[in-house]
Design a protein around this ligand. Structure first.
Ligand SMILES: [Zn+2]
Length: 499
């Protein structure tokens, strides 16, 4: 079977030019450098109030979160997307698509050539079913879990080099018994390598016309290890730690570059390749200690069974468990949060932001001088130690920044061109334009025309249709059983999103 001009989207959560540029200059990212050289690239503006599932769905629909319906980790399923995705539009029902760990692709699409949902899927099913071994990687049981899937890795494209690394990791873990900080990043890097290998295998095996993979490791590692990369912005980072962890983020980018190199080898030369991030990453400044709200607060205030919570950077967002139209729980939570005061001086503990229709966001409302041993009072006669609710996460030193990256290479795309600022909403309209497919007028993004060659635009003028969604798809409210919620939250905690 010949394989002509596929579109392959490689998502790299949290990738920023601030890290990329020096590595490119040092020649450490040869594959990304080649794409930049042969294509168009630039920075793209994010919507950083939202967590990654919302952003990635904006990337794949060209629409704002309030239009597409995915706003956090708790409603990141296919059923929650209220409009067509770029892959559905391109594919037109042929099923010639493959998804690998892209957000909001659960439940696995049985009509696709392959469909492996993201880390926040509610159940471990994959399509085809024999890819389920990949979920073993998410179990928090240490490197030994690599071999629960055993020979499955070999059968599904894991390279000998990757397996050797995994074996070394197991030996290291057993003999050296490393600190938490150590195995965390080593493990993330190996996972990324395995995902890259298996995605490559799937590309070669199924030759889908449209495929997407999402790498999450750079986000997780940037959150936890930024202070070793930029120690001047933080207190109490030792020389030993800097020499040990100073290059972790760099390694995460190099791992991504290696995976991209493998993908480029597996696909035809005339493929359209897009590398995109949902936001950038930056240091939390030295005076700003990242206090995060812990789950205990919901328990204490009695909202544990009514509200979901997600930490994003220094903010925490809450949404009602009983659906998007139910604001009652959120209104009541607002009142309760506002009542929480420091006993000593009566200052409010939380700053509440109310501008979202479906959720509310709260931030810890104080500076660095606060002592988490302070006594706080909520409703009459109820006291506790602030530290039960908020904690300073010493591991969190990177926060999302506003500018992400976009690199595009393929037929119709200008070569070696650096475009001016675009947005994460522009990818979908731009891919449609490159395929001479009409763009939805109801999309919020625009075609990045300066990245497309003049000849191409003359031969294929932009076309528009009112919408791909005759009537907005009904969103199905997704609720969780207590066990499902527990499992999801364990995974979110592992990714650093829950306190
Ligand atoms: Zn993040």
């Amino acid at each position: 079977m010949t394989w002509i001009s596929p579109v392959v989207v490689i998502g790299v959560d949290a990738a920023t030019w601030d890290v990329l540029d020096p590595l490119l200059a040092a020649g450490k990212l040869p594959n990304i450098a080649r794409l930049i050289n042969d294509g168009a690239s630039g920075r793209i503006k994010s919507l950083i109030r939202y967590p990654s599932p919302a952003l990635w769905t904006s990337i794949s629909t060209g629409k704002l979160p309030e239009k597409h319906g995915v706003t956090d980790f708790y409603n990141a399923t296919r059923h929650n997307i209220r409009c067509s995705t770029v892959f559905e539009i391109l594919d037109q029902g042929r099923g010639d698509v493959g998804y690998f760990r892209w957000f909001a692709t659960w439940p696995a699409d049985k009509g696709a050539k392959f469909s492996v949902p993201s880390a926040v899927a509610r159940t471990p099913e994959t399509h085809p079913a024999n890819l389920g071994f990949l979920n073993q990687l998410l179990q928090p049981s240490g490197a030994r879990s690599y071999f629960i899937g055993g020979w499955q890795y070999l059968l599904h494209g894991a390279r000998l080099k990757t397996l050797t690394r995994a074996i070394t990791e197991i030996i290291y873990e057993i003999i050296v018994n490393p600190e938490q900080c150590d195995w965390h990043y080593r493990r993330r890097l190996i996972e990324a390598a395995i995902y890259g290998d298996v995605f490559n295998y799937l590309l070669r095996e199924y030759k889908p016309q449209f495929a997407a993979i999402l790498f999450f490791h750079a986000d997780d590692l940037s959150h936890r290890y930024w202070k070793y990369r930029e120690p001047q912005s933080f207190r109490e980072v030792s020389e030993g730690e800097i020499s040990k962890y100073g290059k972790v983020i760099e390694e995460a980018y190099i791992e991504t570059d290696t995976a991209i190199g493998g993908i480029l080898k597996s696909i035809p030369d005339d493929a359209t390749v897009i590398v995109i991030s949902d936001h950038g990453q930056q240091a939390g400044s030295s005076w700003e200690v990242p206090y995060r709200i812990s789950h205990n607060l919901l328990r204490y205030l009695g909202f544990e069974d009514r509200v979901y919570m997600t930490n994003i950077g220094y903010s925490t967002s809450f949404r009602s468990q009983s659906g998007r139209d139910d604001r009652q729980a959120l209104n009541e939570l607002c009142v309760s949060l506002e009542r929480v005061k420091l006993t000593q001086n009566g200052r409010s503990v939380f700053k509440i932001i109310l501008d979202e229709p479906e959720d509310i966001t709260a931030e810890v409302n104080f500076g660095p001088e606060i002592d988490i041993n302070e006594i706080v009072t909520c409703a009459a006669g109820k006291y506790t130690i602030l530290g039960d609710w908020v904690f300073s996460d010493g591991q969190l030193s990177g926060i999302h920044s506003e500018w992400g990256i976009l690199i595009m290479k393929g037929p119709g795309i200008r070569r070696g061109y650096r475009f001016e600022d675009a947005t994460i909403l522009d990818m979908t309209p731009t891919i449609l334009a490159l395929r001479s497919i009409p763009i939805g007028e109801d999309m919020d993004g625009q075609v990045i025309t300066e990245a497309i060659s003049q000849d191409f635009l003359e031969e294929h003028p932009l076309q528009y249709i009112a919408s791909y969604d005759a009537k907005d798809k009904e969103e199905q409210d997704i609720t969780f059983s207590p066990r499902e919620l527990e499992e999801l939250e364990a995974r979110l905690r592992n990714l650093g999103y829950l306190g």
